[in-house]
Design a protein around this ligand. Structure first.
Ligand code: BGC
Length: 427
């Protein structure tokens, strides 16, 4: 049996990484302080804000039937309590464009970036953020909900704990001076420049204080405390309630960054602890959700001493982690054992310069997904990360995850063959 007819085959982006000029956001501010940890600022990014029609058309022409993107809180509510109708109109047009091309829009409310004002008020460690997020979710749903079947409240809600863990690993490595910073960076599924961040810390603290009123702003991707971790999930629950109160039929879920956590002999306890931290302890918060967005890029392995480096000779991606598309199937099967709802692969992808490696990655990852579907696991869709080569956070534009190349100087789009490889599954 192959994929069902209504299976969602799509590609994903996030507002800040592709739209350009997200000037009211915390990331924009952090990109522009003198001692920034960002390799470069996001600038006009892929100018997707103005070129979304071209991008959605390329996606649809290749055969894809879903587009996952995020709406930007810092645009929609640039100042506390001031909601911008024009920005809602913008996203209404993006959704209409999807529909005109037979593409299902999967909308994410928060993909890492927040308005500066929210961070000034304590950001993702402050109790008040739950109510602010609920109000924003309610506003977006009221305005756009009639057009939507799916909403992801928060992208990679577990990222703060992963960052806390990598900061700890990085400090240990630095102390031992045994390993380079690169090894630590490759253990997180997102673009971070830890070495630069540590060097800059003292100066950046003063500069942050000027912008956010605190030397250690709690942005979404800051190292989270256990209380902050729970707060993020309570914000998800509040947003879900707000959405359901307006449109009960919208399917609501959260997305998580989940490694394929593997134990080598003697590493079982470490692997169990990691699985619990990355996924299992969230179950009480998400067990009644309509779906879970699974985001996976690679595996991590544990031995008797803890996390072990990639196997000798393994192929590495530009992100310095292992090219290992089989991870996705393992994660789906393991998550399904305990999570009863539907699953959507909201992100899976690879940063490589040789596009034939991306084609290979997609084929192997989808073979795994297909096998899960054939076994009756309710996987409803697969969104490749990313539609476009884009702004990979602190790593700037150096990582090429895209199905479509973007010329930085001219913004000209060039589809890669992998776009058509993925599209062929949908056709
Ligand atoms: C994030 C994306 C990011 C991608 C690749 C995920 O962590 O949701 O924003 O670009 O992985 O690192």
């Amino acid at each position: 049996m192959a994929f069902p007819k209504n299976f969602l085959f799509g590609a994903a982006t996030a507002a800040h990484q592709v739209e350009g000029n997200n000037t009211k956001s915390d990331y924009w501010a952090m990109e522009h302080i003198p001692h920034t940890s960002f390799a470069e600022p996001s600038g006009e990014a892929c100018d997707h804000y103005n070129r979304y029609e071209e991008d959605i058309k390329l996606l649809a022409d290749a055969g894809l039937n879903a587009y996952r993107f995020s709406v930007e809180w810092a645009r929609i509510e640039p100042e506390e309590g001031r909601f911008d109708e024009n920005e809602i109109e913008h996203y209404r047009k993006v959704i209409a464009c999807c529909k005109a091309h037979g593409v299902e829009p999967l909308v994410t409310l928060l993909h890492f970036t927040s308005p500066v004002w929210l961070i000034k008020k304590g950001g993702w460690e402050a109790e008040s953020t739950i109510e602010y997020f609920r109000r924003y979710a309610s506003y977006v749903t009221e305005k756009l909900g009639s057009e939507l079947k799916y909403i992801c409240t928060i992208n990679e809600a577990n990222m703060g704990l992963q960052i806390a863990a990598i900061s700890k690993r990085f400090r240990l490595m630095a102390e031992q001076k045994a390993k380079s910073a690169k090894d630590a960076e490759g253990t997180v599924q997102v673009g971070m420049n830890f070495e630069k961040m540590m060097e800059n810390m003292k100066f950046a603290a003063m500069e942050n204080a000027q912008i956010f009123g605190t030397p250690q702003p709690q942005v979404f991707v800051s190292a989270r405390t256990p209380e902050g971790d729970a707060l993020v999930f309570r914000a998800h629950q509040a947003a879900k309630e707000a959405i359901k109160a307006i449109y009960p039929d919208i399917k609501v879920g959260i997305t998580l960054s989940i490694h394929d956590v593997q134990a080598l002999p003697g590493g079982e306890a470490f692997a169990d602890a990691e699985w619990n931290e990355e996924f299992a302890h969230y179950l009480p918060f998400i067990k009644d959700d309509d779906f879970l967005g699974v985001q996976n890029y690679t595996r991590s392995q544990y031995g008797p001493e803890g996390m072990v480096p990639c196997p000798e000779g393994a192929e590495l991606t530009q992100m310095d982690y292992e090219f290992y598309p089989e991870a996705l199937e393992h994660v789906i099967r393991r998550v399904h054992e305990v999570f009863g709802g539907e699953l959507i692969v909201t992100e899976n992808g690879v940063a490589v310069s040789d596009d034939t490696r991306r084609e290979e990655f997609i084929r192997r990852a989808l073979a795994g997904v297909e096998s899960c579907v054939n076994d009756g696991i309710p996987v409803k869709g697969y969104c490749y990360w990313s539609l476009l080569d884009n702004f990979e956070w602190q790593k700037g534009f150096s990582m090429t995850f895209g199905l479509i190349a973007v010329d930085r100087a001219t913004q000209v789009r060039t589809p890669k063959n992998s776009l058509y490889v993925l599209g062929a599954y949908a056709k």
